[in-house]
Design a protein around this ligand. Structure first.
Ligand code: UT7
Length: 328
């Protein structure tokens, strides 16, 4: 696409040390390990320390991605942080990250597309490089979902975790790099997954807090049905745009929300489970961080080789979705 082929030239991840297991959740809400594992595939998730905010997780992941790219922070022209759990309203988490990294030449902004945020970020960054505007763009998906999760609500608290994944995008050789992007949104489904409190519609107040409006509210089953439909179709559309077939996929890197959602996407694409990167058993759903953490782990585990065709696909609040095809 565009004048210059653009690809991922470095990856990095960071997850907090503290683990929250299903057994611990059994002590907190009316649930059990068996239900959580069979309905979601999740066994444990990470929890940020009290001293850690999203920009701290983002910093650790970004540092590693920049180093893996063989660059220094001064080489970065733009920082995009995809998150729904910024450190604060403003400055943006991307600005906070810019100063932590010492990326003094970089422009910086946050991107809000919930769990699809990382793919939205990749699309934005890759087009800015393809047109020659920038050379190196850092795209980070980072979340501290534990801060907006109600640990008395068993419908949501079993799902979410904290973490960050980062990539550096830059020019790559002809024949490699991004082949397509497919982004979408359906704002009419916004009610299904949201945090209402603390914004301009409902500023934080004693009432909003007592009503728990500062936490995630989710119509799980409706989101599930949407996810099953959109994951397969978005991935298929991205493949068609790239002029590739399902059989060409070497590794699917899906949003890690629920093993059953991933399995349905695999069925639709006629792919065996070995062709998907799955790590939600260890981390749960980290929203915008899920895909870049899964990618960084796939790289660590040598599951991606030069010339492999990767498909990223995700969905989330908004509602939003995104998919992309990349030749590694
Ligand atoms: O990144 C996007 C974020 N969101 C998602 O990806 C969420 C997508 N949705 C899901 O993953 C699933 O809908 C859930 C895992 C949230 C729920 O699974 P489900 O198969 O859709 O279950 P359900 O909501 O239909 O509930 C089935 C039963 C209910 O009991 P009754 O009414 O049948 O008696 C729930 O009350 O399971 C009960 N239940 C639980 N039981 C034990 C719900 N949560 C729990 C729990 N432990 N944690």
């Amino acid at each position: 696409m565009g004048l210059h082929p653009v690809g991922i030239i470095g990856t990095g991840k960071y997850v907090p040390e503290r683990i929250l297991t299903n057994q611990q959740l059994e002590q907190m809400v009316e649930t059990n390990d068996e239900w959580i594992v069979t309905r979601t595939g999740i066994k444990e998730r990470r929890m940020a320390a009290a001293t850690e905010a999203t920009s701290d997780l983002a910093y650790e992941a970004a540092k590693r991605a920049i180093e893996a790219a063989g660059l220094t922070a001064e080489d970065i022209d733009l920082i995009i942080v995809s998150t729904i759990t910024p450190d604060m309203f403003f400055p943006s988490t991307a600005c906070l990250l810019q100063t932590k990294l010492g990326a003094s030449k970089a422009a910086a902004f946050d991107l809000s597309a919930a769990c699809s945020g990382f793919i939205y970020g990749l699309a934005t960054a890759s087009n800015m490089i393809a047109t020659g505007m920038y050379k190196h763009v850092l795209v980070v998906g980072a979340e501290t979902l534990s801060r907006i999760t109600d640990y008395t609500d068993r419908n949501t608290c079993i799902l979410f975790g904290d973490g960050a994944g980062a990539v550096v995008l830059g020019q790559v050789e002809e024949g490699r790099g991004f082949r397509s992007f497919e982004l979408g949104a359906d704002g009419s489904g916004g009610e299904l997954l949201k945090v209402s409190g603390g914004g301009s519609r409902m500023p934080s107040s004693e009432q909003s807090i007592s009503e728990k409006q500062h936490y995630i509210h989710m119509a799980g089953n409706d989101v599930f049905k949407f996810a099953v439909r959109i994951m397969g179709s978005a991935a298929e559309d991205a493949l068609a745009k790239a002029g590739l077939a399902k059989e060409d996929v070497d590794l699917l890197i899906p949003h890690q929300a629920n093993i059953r959602i991933i399995q349905s996407a695999l069925n639709r694409l006629n792919l065996p489970e070995e062709k998907a990167m799955i790590n939600l058993d260890k981390y749960g759903n980290m929203s915008a961080a899920s895909i870049p953490v899964a990618l960084a782990e796939a790289v660590e585990q040598n599951r991606v080789k030069e010339g492999d065709t990767l498909v990223f696909v995700g969905f989330g609040g908004g509602l939003t979705w995104g998919a992309s095809v990349l030749v590694w």
